[in-house]
Design a protein. Structure first.
Length: 123
């Protein structure tokens, strides 16, 4: 009985394989001319998109470089502005060694007292 069942299953498998053989044999692994045209067109589109992507990445790198330069310029400008504001806050004593090189201001000129009795000259 076991032998009959295994023989039947082998026979069923063989029948299915023989039934599918014409369908398998009729399948071709070659692409049609239309499929080849589509493949070539898709290849061209892919190459174009790769070039577009490359150009976009180059433009992005250029823009990032310009942005970095602008950021450095801005930081320099802000540092200069802070220095100028600090100097203005200390004005007129801006220089730390001011006492070493800045002579004291001259004394005011002596004031001559006006003598009573003399009138000033008018022009």
């Amino acid at each position: 009985m076991l032998r009959n069942k295994s023989m039947r299953s082998y026979a069923a498998i063989a029948a299915v394989a023989l039934g599918l053989a014409p369908m398998i044999a009729s399948c071709s692994n070659k692409a049609t001319e239309e499929q080849m045209k589509t493949l070539h067109e898709l290849d061209r589109q892919r190459d174009g998109l790769r070039m577009d992507l490359s150009h976009a990445q180059d433009n992005l790198r250029d823009a990032q470089g310009k942005l970095a330069n602008a950021d450095r310029d801005l930081a320099d400008c802000q540092a200069d502005t802070r220095g100028a504001q600090e100097g203005l806050a200390k004005w007129p004593h801006v220089w730390p060694d001011e006492n070493e090189w800045n002579p004291p201001p001259p004394p005011p000129p002596p004031v001559e007292p006006i003598k009573p009795g003399k009138k000033s000259k008018k022009h």
